[in-house]
Ligand binder design. Structure first.
Ligand code: G3I
Length: 369
């Protein structure tokens, strides 16, 4: 008996040490490696690896990257005859060094344009801009960037075409032109149309029409990006599922390209609110400035679990799920739609610790395998 006890103790210790190291080895990218890429958006500081702790978290957990801002028009093409690829080059080199899937964001978008682009007035100038911009950027990274958001946010929420500078100068032909130019510059890259709210019925219909038109006009389009800037209660899983099915029925891949889930109140939901109310100064608009209550933490974990469960159900149709940021402290949602709030939309908290939501996403895979 006396001999058995230390023997049992040794076995138990080995068992728990093994479990602990196994647990430590579990990461998002490894858990989902047979299903789809798990990506993150990188800020300029993250591309430059300014914070070693953040950097090792990125390399440990994610196998796909998108530049949050650094490849947008205003940064890479600041003047008509001048491109600046300093950060974009570092971004691509970072992805290659870490063997990550590299996604390009974004070529044709009405927002974050360089000031000179906003002055383009006619179809001749706009045609020349699109040809030069798309061809130069896509050819530069030919064979190195796996997929591109060729056109971003071209639709209104009701599914009609947004009256952007591109539509106003070229008409809707600009859409197929953009996809043709990108395909000519890198025939092997996957080409996506990317938007928000396109899991909602009206915008989904608009997106379906857009894809059909591009295909009918001979454009190459390989995927739809559903940005997935979502909330705790909406959109419904039903609408998300209908969208996955409807898009993939058109023969294109579905990617969730900018996933985050806000837990804060939305000022536009405050019906009858005084339009002059200063939301920034209203503490009701920033209810979790100190800490996220456990009850909301649990809701967020459950919401993430249900979303990933749906993604797993349709993993054959989904190419990539990318979070819009690495950890809560750096999310754009701390400054939108109200500046200076404390939001909790991602899987890692402000001090980089995995949240309950992280565990709920990982556990979905542990139960299955
Ligand atoms: O360019 C200035 C820079 O000169 C200055 O030093 C810096 C100081 O704050 O601000 C810089 O501009 C900011 C820019 O990000 C780059 O950091 C803008 O103020 C800020 O508004 C801008 O926000 C970005 C936003 O797109 C712009 O529309 C967010 O970081 C970025 O997360 C967000 O991402 C978009 C996707 O590209 C498309 N889908 C929606 C998504 C969320 O809006």
């Amino acid at each position: 008996m006396k001999l058995i006890k230390p023997y049992l103790l040794a076995i138990t210790t080995v068992f728990f040490v093994n479990c602990a190291s196994k647990k430590e080895a579990v990461t998002l990218k490894d858990s989902y490696k047979k299903d789809f890429y798990i990506g993150t958006a990188l800020s300029a500081d993250q591309i430059e690896q300014k914070n070693p702790k953040v950097d090792s978290l990125i390399r440990k957990e994610f196998n796909a990257i998108t530049a949050e801002n650094s490849m947008k028009s205003m940064f890479v093409h600041p003047e008509k005859n001048k491109y600046d690829f300093t950060l974009a080059d570092k971004f691509v080199a970072y992805g290659e060094k870490n063997k990550m899937f590299i996604h390009g964001h974004t070529l044709i978008w009405h927002s974050q344009l360089a000031p000179w682009m906003e002055k383009i007035k006619d179809s001749t100038q706009m045609k020349a801009f699109m040809k030069d911009h798309i061809t130069t950027i896509v050819s530069k990274y030919k064979g190195r960037i796996g997929s591109w958001d060729v056109v971003n946010e071209a639709l209104n929420d009701d599914g009609t075409l947004r009256k952007s500078i591109f539509l106003n100068t070229l008409g809707e032909k600009y859409l197929v032109d953009a996809f043709k130019l990108a395909a000519a510059a890198d025939p092997k890259a996957d080409l996506y149309y990317n938007d928000y709210n396109n899991e909602e019925p009206a915008k989904r219909e608009g997106t379906i029409n857009l894809i059909k038109k591009i295909k009918a006009a001979g454009g190459k389009i390989d995927g739809v990006g559903i940005q997935a800037h979502w909330r705790l209660e909406s959109p419904s899983l039903e609408e998300i599922e209908k969208s996955i099915l409807a898009y993939s029925a058109l023969g294109v891949k579905v990617a969730f390209t900018e996933l985050d889930i806000t837990v804060l109140p939305n000022p536009w939901d405050l019906k009858g609110a005084d339009v002059n109310q200063k939301f920034e100064e209203n503490p009701k608009m920033n209810p979790y400035a100190e800490k996220l209550p456990d009850s909301v933490q649990t809701k967020l974990a459950a919401r993430y679990a249900s979303i990933f469960k749906l993604f797993l159900k349709h993993k054959d149709k989904i190419s990539r799920v990318t979070f819009w940021g690495v950890y809560d402290g750096q999310s754009w949602l701390n400054d939108w739609p109200i500046k200076g709030r404390t939001n909790y939309p991602l899987l890692f908290d402000a001090v980089l610790k995995p949240k309950k939501a992280y565990n709920s996403v990982i556990e979905l895979k542990e139960i299955k395998e």
